[in-house]
Design a protein around this ligand. Structure first.
Ligand SMILES: *Cc1c(COP(=O)(O)O)cnc(C)c1O
Length: 423
């Protein structure tokens, strides 16, 4: 099946839902077992089925199957937020004494999570240059458990040299984790390029209307084989899990990565997606492809306008031929489309704030991927926890204005920006 069809049909059998055309919401905490044997079988994984909604839910299950199919993965697991998805993906492989290698171009929340919070658990984050991965290989050692990067980064709108990262990781038997939130499966499938695990914040383009927070982890086919081949590094998967009566994950014929998140991390930490949010995301996923193409087309038009403006010092949009990531956008993304994210540099910090305060159609919101156009100032908001040095390293200039271009008519958006910039 093609993506447009998957997004609408995969994972749901109408017969199991009383013929309901809309996927029903299983708004329930727990599930009745047929008898004590059934209950015992479910807990022992001899039979699969719902037990308690912290672990699985039929509505979330449909969304997960759809997502796995859209990403070309073997399985997916939904989480309460994108942050939870990243936390689970990393702590599923890394523990105290280990290290991970993360891209220098990441979402602010991922930076604080991976360099500060996870550090308190004894996991060290080393940083590599996502642009060309030139200092990646030298940082890998026996304790390196994952290489984490964003395909199209938020808010820098930079594209990682994915092919090179994957090639190095494969040579060393290290797991790659790609955050594909901004590109979305509509434009890019990391697994097709050899990535092992994909994470998402579904709060952004997948939701598309700013109505639900959610996250997703997707794994490629046959990770069990990878864990067996690299069993020193990934011994958690090949040796008994004492917390789950001695289960050896690689012995189970189910996609191992999501299985371990579900049985251990989701069980113990519980950042589970609510069935209602899964249902909302099922609705919005149906139109993801159409929306992301339109967001991208609108953004290209606005970016061209900004590029021609004398009061705009620089425009960063990978759909522009002048952009340093243009070739990568053409190489990796469907028809070279590059999402609705644009950033541009105003003449000064004060000018940036004036523009933000003068727009009328754009809402001042720290979100992206909404049908409504959004405008923010990363240096004073999303990235305010970062030091000046960290800001510079992440490519965030104090005069940078970030736009998330929505689905309005571009003539109206350009008119609004024009009055705000020339004020
Ligand atoms: C928003 C975002 C996240 C965090 O997701 P939440 O759903 O807000 O927790 C992670 N990665 C990227 C690239 C994001 O844009």
């Amino acid at each position: 099946m093609q993506k447009e069809t998957i997004a609408i049909h995969a994972g749901y059998d109408k017969k199991e839902g009383y013929g309901s055309m809309s996927v029903p919401i299983a708004q329930t905490t727990a599930y009745a077992f047929r008898d004590s044997e059934h209950a015992a079988n479910l807990f022992a994984l001899k039979e699969l089925g719902p037990i308690y909604s912290r672990l699985t839910n039929p509505t979330s299950d449909v969304l997960e199957q759809r997502f796995a199919a859209l990403e070309g993965g073997a399985a997916a697991i939904s989480t309460a937020s994108g942050q939870a998805a990243i936390f689970y993906a990393i702590t599923n492989v890394a523990e105290a004494g280990d290290n991970i290698i993360i891209s220098d171009k990441l979402y602010g929340g991922a930076v604080t999570l991976l360099t500060h919070t996870i550090k308190r658990f004894g996991i060290e984050a080393r940083v590599f240059k996502s642009k060309d991965a030139s200092n990646l290989e030298e940082q890998i050692d026996d304790k390196t458990k994952a290489i984490f990067f964003e395909s199209l980064s938020n808010p820098q709108i930079a594209i990682t040299d994915i092919e090179k990262v994957v090639e190095i990781a494969k040579r060393h038997g290290v797991l790659t984790v790609c955050d594909n939130t901004v590109a979305t499966p509509a434009l890019f499938n990391p697994i097709e390029w050899g990535v092992d695990v994909v994470v998402h914040s579904t709060s952004k383009y997948v939701n598309g209307q700013g109505t639900a927070i959610g996250g997703m982890v997707v794994e490629r086919d046959n990770l069990a084989e990878f864990f067996k081949q690299n069993d020193k590094r990934y011994y958690h998967f090949t040796t008994p899990d004492e917390s789950y009566h001695g289960l050896v994950y690689t012995d189970v014929p189910l996609p191992n990565f999501c299985l371990r998140i579900r049985l251990a991390l989701l069980r113990d930490i519980g950042a589970t997606q609510s069935p209602h949010n899964s249902w909302l995301l099922i609705q919005t996923l149906e139109t993801l492809g159409l929306r992301v193409e339109k967001h991208s087309d609108n953004a290209l038009e606005v970016a061209k306008y900004l590029e021609s403006h004398p009061k705009v010092k620089a425009v960063n949009y990978p759909g522009l031929k002048s952009n340093e990531h243009y070739e990568k956008a053409q190489k990796y993304f469907k028809n070279g489309k590059a999402s609705g994210l644009i950033s541009f540099e105003a003449e000064s910090f004060e000018e940036a704030r004036k523009i933000i305060d003068s727009t009328k159609l754009f809402s001042v919101v720290v979100n992206i991927g909404d049908s409504k156009s959004l405008i923010t100032h990363p240096a004073s908001t999303t990235h305010s926890q970062m030091s000046e040095q960290e800001l510079i390293e992440a490519g965030i200039n104090p005069a940078t204005v970030r736009l998330s271009i929505g689905l309005e008519n571009t003539a109206d958006l350009i008119e609004d920006l024009e009055q705000a910039i020339s004020k």
